[in-house]
Design a protein around this ligand. Sequence first.
Ligand SMILES: Nc1ncnc2c1ncn2[C@@H]1O[C@H](COP(=O)(O)OP(=O)(O)OP(=O)(O)O)[C@@H](O)[C@H]1O
Ligand SMILES: [Mg+2]
Length: 264
Amino acid sequence: MVEIKGLEYAYPDGIRALKGISLDIFEGESVALMGLNGAGKSTLLLHLNGILQSDIGTVEVLGMKVDGNLREIRSKVGMVFQDPDDQLFMPTVFDDVAFGPINMGFSEEKVKEKVRMALELVNMSGCGARAPHHMSFGEKKRIAIATVLSMEPEILVLDEPTSNVDPNARRHLIELLNELDITKIMATHDIEMVSDTCDRAIVMFEGKIAANGAVEEVLTNSELLESHGLEAPILVKLFRDVMHRENIPLRLNDVIEKPNKYKI
Ligand SMILES: Nc1ncnc2c1ncn2[C@@H]1O[C@H](COP(=O)(O)OP(=O)(O)OP(=O)(O)O)[C@@H](O)[C@H]1O
Ligand SMILES: [Mg+2]
């Protein structure tokens, strides 16, 4: 689905943001990119639909090299930017969410239906006439996600989807992500969201991949996380540091479902 080989990228001012990334992502996977500020997460995501391109290494998405075919790639790879102000540029929410489907050539009726569906998915029904630049940051974030969902992408790329989003909207977003049966790739500092929505976790550090494995493996490895500046989930710390257990659960549900395994 996504095949990245030996990707290196330096910004025009000389900052080397990616230093040799190789990564495969398979259909239906939900993959988290974690890592400190400046680790290269956003830079890597921006290569998935050709917003950034490099001469060193290759990026293939859905069997297409990301250097030509950008129109087709962008209709299939929905990218939600870290900053919603980079995504929203129309006078109304409706226009922003309709922009993708209109460009894809859908009829007026179909466009309206897709906008309605996308706004409903992010719990922002009835906001079509509002001006995005008058909305709160969290609301804009949800509209930004709707602008991508309205295109029904095959791959959903999200950069910090839960930052500045209230707990209720965050919970709703997690449920939405779990219901969406498509390939998802998200950069995030929200480690609890990773355990709730992702199968695989990748830790980036200074432009390289420092770890890449099943969420259960990566997130319960507190030494690995801490040595790359990240923090283990609270439950992992509780079981490891306070209770000195060997079996470390990742989610509260794991403990509730298997109390014997965790000696509760
Ligand atoms: N437009 C730019 N011009 C120059 N350097 C940049 C630019 N954008 C990012 N960088 C640099 O590239 C490196 C990687 O940045 P990137 O934004 O990919 O990090 P990140 O992992 O997404 O961080 P964060 O968690 O803060 O979002 C950093 O050193 C950053 O300062
Ligand atoms: Mg970033």
